[in-house]
Write a protein that binds this ligand. Structure first.
Ligand code: B12
Length: 217
């Protein structure tokens, strides 16, 4: 099956908000040897396209919510287990605490990053979404984490990534952890501005960054 056909099928399932149909397309594609990473790429691209259509007024919020929910469900059911499979039996190379910042409920990207880090040998503690800055710091201190990751998708919630950095200072662990950020609105300039140790635009880059920061090749 060509990538174009898979994209068309995924798009159709999401337009109909059909989680089961989407899960089946993903399962069939995996069975045919298409990698989970490739499928995540295609799904991400379709979702971003929906976001653009929402912005231009072609789509409405309920459509975005229903499509986002269907994508999330199918990723959890089919793609996350496929990603995790490859990482299950390895010694952890580092401990990561990750979450979506306070006021922000976008967690699809964060979940993919968490799964990819896990699949690549990291021990991952996922705080979920809408997480208060202190929660990141508290958990990182408790677990003696190596990396803290904060995801933000809204211009409105970007500031919370700075608040996480401040919370890490407050808990006295800013120099003990590497702080990484991500999300559609995050730029290198913003990462520098808030003193983060790095940022990544997708999950593959996030894994590369995490490994680099811990000096793992
Ligand atoms: C799906 C979606 C939703 C779903 C979320 C479902 C869910 N469970 O996540 C729902 C419908 C709930 C939603 C709600 C809203 N949304 Co919305 N949403 C989207 C959409 C279409 C896709 C986001 C997504 O999942 N992308 C796919 C994932 C895989 O990509 P990603 O998130 O970018 O993640 C990757 C990277 O960023 C990176 N990454 C992510 N996190 C991290 C963390 C670390 C540490 C690292 C290193 C890397 C990293 O790796 C990820 C994997 O590759 C985007 C459009 C877009 N262009 O992004 C809008 C978008 C983000 N939403 C937007 C808006 C405005 C909203 C609402 C405010 C709408 C409203 N008026 O109510 C609400 C906000 C609610 C809230 N308080 O959070 C705007 C934001 C604009 C802005 N600049 O602020 C966007 C850009 C749409 C648009 N074009 O207007 N949304």
């Amino acid at each position: 099956m060509s990538e174009e056909k898979i994209r068309r099928d995924i798009e159709e399932a999401l337009l109909e908000f059909e989680e089961e149909k989407l899960a089946k397309i993903l399962k069939d594609s995996l069975d045919r040897g298409v990698g989970p990473l490739k499928l995540i790429d295609v799904l991400t691209d379709v979702l971003r396209d929906f976001g653009d259509k929402f912005e231009s007024g072609e789509f409405f919020l309920p459509q975005l919510i229903a499509a986002g929910d269907a994508a999330q469900g199918a990723i959890k059911e089919v793609l996350e287990p496929a990603l995790k499979k490859s990482g299950e039996s390895r010694e952890p190379i580092g401990k990561v605490v990750i979450g979506t910042v306070f006021g922000d409920i976008h967690d699809i990207g964060k979940n993919i990053v968490a799964s990819m880090l896990f699949a690549n040998g990291f021990e991952v503690y996922d705080l979920g979404k809408d997480v208060q800055p202190e929660e990141f710091a508290k958990k990182a201190k408790e677990l003696n984490a190596d990396i803290v990751g904060a995801s933000a998708m809204l211009t409105m919630t970007m500031q919370e990534q700075l608040n996480v950095a401040k919370a890490l200072e407050k808990y006295g662990i800013r120099d003990k952890v590497k702080y990484i950020i991500g999300g559609a609105i995050v730029t290198e300039k913003w990462a520098e501005e808030i003193g983060a140790d790095g940022f990544a635009t997708d999950a593959v880059e996030a894994v590369k960054l995490a490994k680099e920061l811990l000096g793992v090749t």
